[in-house]
Design a protein around this ligand. Structure first.
Ligand code: ADP
Length: 447
C-alpha cells in the first residue's frame, strides 16, 4: 500500500510538472508572439507616418541590418520596394496571406516558418491611403527553439522538483499510513477511535470478527473439555464394574447386576457419541442437506406413535393434533427435531401428565399467514426463568441427575437449535415451573 501510494504521488507530481512546463511554454510563446506582432505594428505605423511614399535607401539598409524587412507592394501585389532583395527579382506578392488580408480589410498579419525549423518570420501588412500595402517582417525564434534553448534549465528544474516531490511523497505517505499502522498495532484496544472516520466501520467489523474468533475458540475448548468429562463418567463405571467382575469375588447375582451396569453405561456412551457426531456434522455443514416438501403433521404423528411406548413407561400421554401442513425441509433433520422435543417433553414430565404435539397453519394468532407452527407442549416440571436462555447451549442442563437418569446427553436442544437455523425457522419457548413447557417452531409454509 505504501509503495503504491508513493508511486502514485511521484507519478502525479511528474505529470503535474511536465504539464505545467508545457503549458507555461505555450503561454509564454503566445505572449512573445503577441509582443512581436505589436512591435511590428508599431514599426509599420511609424514607417507609414514618416515615409509613406518613398523610403530612403540609407534608412532601409539600416533596418535590414537590424533584421527588419520592409516591403511595399501595389494594390495588384507587384513589389515596388524591398529593403533586402531587389524588388525586380521578387514575384507578385498578392498571394501572401498578410498582403491579401491587408488589401481586403486594411491590415493583415501572418507567421511563416522559415527554412530552418527554429526561426519563424512574423509579418504585418498595412494598406496605405494610396492603395499600396506596406509590409514589415521580422524573424523571431519559434516555440521549438525557445523550448530547446530553455531545455537544459527545464531539465534541471525538473530534476530538482522530482527530487522534492519524491521527498514529499515519502513524507506524505508516511503521514497517511501512520494512523492505519497504529490501528493495526492496537487492534485489541477498546476505543473505536481512528483518525479516518471512513475506516471506523472496518475497524468495527474486524474487531467483531476478532472477538467472534476468540469466542469460537473458547467455545470449542469448553466443548472439548465437556465432551471429555461426559465420556469419562460412563467409562469409569464400565471400568469399575469390569474390575469387580475380574476379581472373581462377585456372586452370580452381582455379575448380572454389574453386566447391566456395563450395558447401560455403554449405551450412554453410544448415545453421547451419536449426538456429538450429529452436532459436528451439522456444524461443518456435512449433514445431508437435500430439502424436499414435507407433510409436517404426518411426521408429527409418526413421531408420537413411535414414542407411545416410551411415554407409557413414564405414565405420560402423547398425542398429535392439527392439520396437514407442508414445509420445505430435510426429512431426517425434522424427524430428529420432533424426536428431541417430544423426548424431552416426556422425560421432564410428571406421572399422569401429557404431551400435545400440534401442527397448524398460521392465521392471525401466534403466527401469520404463510407460516406453519409446530408446538410441543407438556404438563411437566417447567424450566425456571434463569435457565431458559441457556438450555440450548451444549451440555447445559437444569437438573443434571434427572437428565442423566433419563438418558439425556445435554445436546438434544443444541441439535434442535441447529436444525431450526438450517430451516430458517424461528423458535419460541414458554414455560412455567410446575405447570409445563411449550416449545414452538415456526416454519415458512411450502407453497
Ligand atoms: P438433555 O439431554 O439433558 O435433555 P437437552 O439439550 O435436550 O438435554 O435439554 C437441555 C436441558 O433443558 C435439559 O437438561 C432440561 O433441564 C431442560 N429441558 C429441556 N426440555 C425440557 C422440558 N420439556 N421441560 C423441562 N425442562 C426441559
Amino acid at each position: 500500500m505504501k509503495k503504491r501510494i508513493n508511486k502514485m504521488f511521484v507519478v502525479i507530481s511528474i505529470l503535474a510538472i511536465v504539464l505545467t512546463t508545457g503549458l507555461v511554454t505555450a503561454v509564454y510563446y503566445n505572449l512573445f508572439r503577441r509582443q512581436v506582432t505589436a512591435d511590428l505594428k508599431d514599426y509599420t505605423t511609424l514607417v507609414r507616418d514618416m515615409y509613406a511614399d518613398t523610403i530612403p535607401e540609407e534608412w532601409g539598409r539600416k533596418l535590414a541590418e537590424g533584421g527588419i524587412r520592409l516591403t511595399m507592394v501595389d494594390s495588384k501585389g507587384n513589389v515596388l520596394y524591398d529593403n533586402e532583395v531587389d524588388s525586380s527579382e521578387l514575384e507578385n506578392h498578392s498571394d501572401r496571406p498578410e498582403i491579401r488580408e491587408a488589401l481586403e480589410t486594411g491590415e493583415g498579419e501572418s507567421v511563416r516558418r522559415s527554412s530552418t525549423l527554429s526561426i519563424n518570420t512574423f509579418y504585418y501588412a498595412l494598406r496605405l491611403e494610396n492603395g499600396n500595402v506596406l509590409r514589415v517582417a521580422k524573424d523571431a525564434e519559434s516555440i521549438v527553439s525557445i523550448f530547446s534553448s530553455a531545455f537544459p534549465t527545464i531539465l534541471w528544474i525538473l530534476a530538482v522538483l522530482i527530487l522534492m516531490s519524491l521527498g514529499m511523497a515519502y513524507f506524505l505517505t508516511e503521514k497517511l499510513i501512520q494512523p492505519i499502522e497504529q490501528l493495526a498495532e492496537n487492534m485489541d484496544a477498546e476505543c473505536d477511535c481512528t483518525d479516518y472516520e471512513e475506516l471506523a466501520p472496518f475497524v468495527k467489523m474486524i474487531r467483531e470478527q476478532h472477538q467472534g474468533i476468540l469466542q469460537n475458540a473458547q467455545m470449542r475448548q469448553e466443548f472439548t473439555a465437556n465432551v471429555s468429562h461426559e465420556l469419562k463418567t460412563p467409562l469409569t463405571s464400565i471400568s469399575g464394574y469390569a474390575e469387580l467382575i475380574e476379581t472373581g469375588m462377585a456372586s452370580d447375582e452381582d455379575v448380572v447386576r454389574f453386566a447391566r451396569g456395563i450395558h447401560n453405561s455403554a449405551n450412554r456412551l453410544l448415545t453421547l457419541i451419536n449426538d456429538i457426531i450429529r452436532l459436528s456434522e451439522l456444524d461443518s455443514g456435512e449433514a445431508e442437506e437435500s430439502f424436499e416438501k414435507l407433510n409436517l403433521f404426518e411426521l408429527a404423528e409418526t413421531c408420537t406413535e413411535m414414542l407411545q411406548m416410551n411415554a407409557g413407561k413414564h405414565d405420560v400421554k402423547i398425542t398429535a393434533v392439527g392439520e396437514e401442513c407442508y414445509i420445505r425441509g430435510n426429512k431426517q433433520m425434522i424427524e430428529e427435531l420432533l424426536y428431541n422435543l417430544c423426548d424431552n417433553a416426556i422425560r421432564y414430565n410428571n406421572a399422569g401428565g401429557s404431551v400435545t404435539v400440534s401442527v397448524k397453519k398460521g392465521s392471525n394468532g401466534e403466527c401469520g399467514y404463510g407460516q406453519v407452527m409446530l408446538s410441543v407442549k407438556d404438563t411437566g416440571i417447567g424450566i425456571p426463568e434463569e435457565h431458559r436462555e441457556r438450555i440450548f447451549e451444549r451440555f447445559y442442563r437444569v437438573d443434571k441427575s434427572r437428565s442423566k437418569s433419563t438418558g439425556g446427553t445435554g445436546l438434544g436442544l443444541a441439535i434442535v437449535k441447529h436444525i431450526v437455523a438450517k430451516h430458517d425457522a424461528v423458535m419460541e419457548l414458554d414455560s412455567e415451573v410446575g405447570k409445563g413447557t411449550e416449545i414452538r417452531v415456526i416454519f415458512r409454509e411450502y407453497t
